[in-house]
Design a protein around this ligand. Structure first.
Ligand code: 3HC
Length: 319
């Protein structure tokens, strides 16, 4: 069979697997563009988890009680683990961890815009858990059904841990909503600053999305950016009402006909400004990641030396 027909039959087998909901595994043949877009999305997801530790880490030493500190420590530690699962899933596609790190540190790879905003008060830690992890859950539950096996399986454990993240954040805000006037003001200030950037996490509108159409065809995405954003808004408004906090969108209104909340226009200029590196904390985030990478050089060297020594010992045993 000549090469052209051979590729054609491989593509047909790949499409048949996708259509019949059979997971694509690392050793399976896949179109180069499928592999490329998965490396792009999974690595950016991993970068988001690791960079996401920074805004929260800022409050570990300032947590108002030991209980809050322990919960925040556990959450930040989970995020590191999520980054590990996702970097490992990306490596199954034939890219090295080192290359992934360099893509982040050189600014070649993106991470979620949301982590370029500062955490100015303790209420922000609650808002991140409730809104940011809440938005991440909406997206990640959908990704448990993504067509690439290692990515889907990484999502199962990540989603279980994210639900704890969202609950602990919401509980922080319930305490503040029942607190004094100053605490209620802190809560509303955090809501005002985190609501719109949380909606931006779902990406541009479907009409402006570069990858959605193909990603939905390949069942990498099972829902579009706008569908997930709408699901998030519909689920979150009632939670905001319970907190007695005002959502900073005068156009937010239940639309009986649509069966969804109508909402105002997202500031896409702000979004692309942040995505393109000009957000409030972009430079600081990369600076912190570079410092952590350089500071961890000795750990990587020791681990590699240990691994080489073990491999050599194993070889000597076999010989
Ligand atoms: N921040 C930064 N870049 C974004 C973005 C955001 N919020 N939304 C979209 N983009 C980028 C895309 O990466 C793409 O750029 P690229 O071609 O250079 O990769 C461009 O904008 C066009 O967007 P598309 O809609 O075409 O891109 P996708 O089809 O990839 O959809 C996505 C974007 C919905 C974010 C998708 O990539 C996705 O589902 N990623 C996995 C989930 C994820 O990364 N979540 C980030 C948060 S993780 C988190 O919050 C951890 C929690 O524990 C706190």
């Amino acid at each position: 069979m000549d090469n052209h027909n051979n590729i054609h039959s491989l593509e047909a087998k790949f499409e048949a697997k996708i259509d019949s909901e059979i997971k694509i595994e690392p050793k399976d043949w896949m179109p180069e563009s499928y592999r490329k877009t998965l490396i792009r999305q999974i690595s950016q997801h991993a970068h988001s988890e690791v960079v996401g530790m920074l805004p929260e880490g800022n409050w570990i030493l300032r947590a108002p009680s030991l209980r809050r500190k322990v919960a925040l420590l556990a959450k930040v530690q989970d995020e590191a683990g999520h980054g590990l699962y996702l970097y490992s899933a990306a490596e199954t596609l034939g890219i090295s961890r080192e290359e992934l790190y360099q893509q982040l540190l050189t600014g070649k790879a993106k991470y979620s815009s949301i982590f370029n905003y500062p955490t100015l008060s303790w209420a922000d830690i609650g808002a991140i858990g409730w809104l940011v992890d809440g938005a991440a859950i909406m997206n990640q539950v959908m990704l448990t059904r993504t067509s690439y096996g290692p990515y889907a399986r990484a999502m199962v454990r990540i989603c279980k841990e994210e639900s704890f993240h969202q609950r602990q954040g919401y509980e922080i805000l319930i305490s503040l909503s029942r607190g004094n006037a100053e605490q209620k003001k802190m809560l509303q200030d955090a809501m005002d600053r985190w609501w719109w950037p949380a909606l931006m996490m779902f990406g541009p509108h479907d009409s402006a999305s570069t990858h959605s159409e193909q990603s939905i065809k390949w069942k990498i995405k099972r829902k579009s950016n706008d569908e997930l954003r709408q699901d998030f808004i519909d689920a979150t408004v009632l939670q905001a009402n319970y907190l007695g906090v005002n959502i900073p969108d005068p156009k937010l209104k239940w639309n009986e006909e649509r069966g969804h909340y109508d909402f105002g226009d997202i500031d896409w200029e702000e979004f692309w400004n942040v995505v393109n590196g000009n957000g409030p904390c972009n430079k600081q985030r990369i600076k912190d990641r570079k410092k952590a990478y350089e500071g961890g050089e000795w750990v990587r060297e020791a681990a590699m030396a240990h691994a080489e020594k073990r491999a050599k010992r194993k070889e000597e045993k076999v010989a």
